[in-house]
Design a protein around this ligand. Structure first.
Ligand code: NI
Length: 168
């Protein structure tokens, strides 16, 4: 459909809690299609609807660039059922261009969600897939990866975050 502008840190919409999808209609399919186009253009691993300014509980994760066995996955109205393990790994976010930091997150997740046709599925993910799912899920709750950084890291990034905030 279309590549949409990505909302950058500083825009208050990123702190909003997204609303549940009620209708699995053409509008939803168009939204997912825009997310796919936008993520591909940005060469990212995941994108939530709120990052293109749409406060709906929808995100996509595409690890095919880093894992040949992976494909693009769509998560609508996702619920995190279980998380285990804690792993530290470098993480970025398309709403924070140029910022990459080590973040501790669960290394395993069980997630329940719906696809664009309204079919429910349950998925177990590990490592990078688990990380990507949990990162995108946080966006639906208005949470950002800087919330998981230590005070020291945030102090270090203060100048760069301020620059993003004032540019947006
Ligand atoms: Ni993000």
């Amino acid at each position: 459909m279309a590549v949409r502008p990505i909302v950058i840190f500083g825009d208050p919409v990123l702190r909003e809690v997204s609303e549940k999808v009620e209708k699995f209609d053409t509008e939803l399919k168009n939204l997912v299609s825009d997310l796919v186009d936008t993520l591909k253009e940005a060469k990212g691993l995941g994108l939530a609807a709120i990052q293109i300014g749409v406060t709906k509980r929808v995100f996509i994760v595409d690890l095919s660039a880093v894992d040949i066995n992976e494909k693009l996955r769509v998560f609508i109205n996702p619920e995190i059922i279980e998380t285990t393990e804690e792993l530290e790994y470098e993480e970025g976010c398309l709403s924070f261009p140029g910022i990459y930091q080590k973040i501790t997150r669960p290394g395993k997740v069980k997630v329940k969600a719906f696809d664009t046709d309204g079919n429910e599925f349950v998925m177990d993910a590990t490592d990078l897939a688990a990380r990507a799912i949990l990162h995108e899920y946080d966006h639906l709750e208005g949470k950002l990866f800087i919330d998981l950084m230590s005070t020291l890291t945030k102090t270090m990034l203060k100048g760069r975050l301020k620059k993003l905030r004032t540019a947006s």
